[in-house]
Design a protein around this ligand. Structure first.
Ligand SMILES: [Fe+2]
Length: 190
C-alpha cells in the first residue's frame, strides 16, 4: 500500500476519518470490522460528550487502531504509531492525542519503555477520552459487542500470560472499569 501515506488530503478533515481508516485497515478484516464497530458504538455514546466534540469522538474511533498497519510501524506500539502517522499527515493535535492514549495506552507504554515518546501527546482525562475508551472496550475483534469485563478477559487470553497486557492488568483493569462506570452514569443522565 505505497499510496497510503500520501492518501490523506493536505489538511485532513474529520469527515475523512472513516475513509482514511478504510484505506489503512481494509486488508486487516478483524481490525477493520472492529474499528467500524467502535465508530458505531462511539455514535451511540456521543451524548456523553459536548456536542462540539462528537465529530472528533467518532473520527478518533475510526482511526484509533490504524497503527496496526505494517507501513505505519515506527515503535511497534500501535497507539503511538497511529498518532505519529496522523501527526505527520497534519491531523488535529487533539485527535492524535486521543489515538495515542486510547484504552489506557499509558500503562502499556510504561511497560514497554515508551513513556517519554508517548508524553509527546498530552493525556486528557475527560468525558471524550472516556467515551472513546468505552467504545473500544465494548467492541471486540470483528466488531462483536462485548461487556467491558468480557473484553478485558478476551484481550488477556489473546495476548497470553507473559504479555505486556498481563503485566499491566492490575493497572489497566481498574482504569477501564472506572471509565465504564463513568460513561454508563453519563448515558443514564443524558
Ligand atoms: Fe481497538
Amino acid at each position: 500500500m505505497a499510496d497510503v501515506p500520501l492518501s490523506a488530503p493536505s489538511r485532513p478533515d474529520l469527515s475523512h476519518a472513516a475513509h482514511t481508516a478504510e484505506r489503512l485497515l481494509r486488508d486487516l478484516p478483524e481490525r477493520w470490522a472492529h474499528s467500524a464497530g467502535v465508530a458505531r458504538r462511539a455514535r451511540e455514546v456521543a451524548a456523553t460528550v459536548a456536542p462540539a466534540e462528537r465529530e472528533l469522538l467518532v473520527a478518533a474511533a475510526w482511526l484509533h487502531d490504524i497503527g496496526y498497519h505494517a507501513d505505519l510501524t515506527k515503535t511497534g506500539f500501535h497507539p503511538l504509531d497511529g498518532a505519529l502517522w496522523l501527526h505527520r499527515q497534519g491531523w488535529p493535535e487533539r485527535l492524535c492525542a486521543l489515538v495515542a492514549h486510547h484504552s489506557g495506552a499509558r500503562f502499556a507504554a510504561a511497560a514497554r519503555g515508551l513513556t517519554r515518546e508517548l508524553a509527546r501527546y498530552p493525556f486528557e482525562a475527560s468525558p471524550l477520552t472516556d467515551a472513546l475508551t468505552y467504545a473500544d472496550q465494548t467492541v471486540g475483534p470483528y466488531g462483536r459487542s462485548m461487556a467491558v469485563a468480557e473484553r478485558i478477559a478476551e484481550v488477556l487470553s489473546r495476548h497470553g500470560a507473559d504479555s505486556v497486557q498481563a503485566r499491566i492488568h492490575h493497572q489497566r483493569e481498574p482504569y477501564l472499569l472506572a471509565v465504564a462506570a463513568r460513561v454508563e452514569r453519563r448515558l443514564a443522565a443524558a
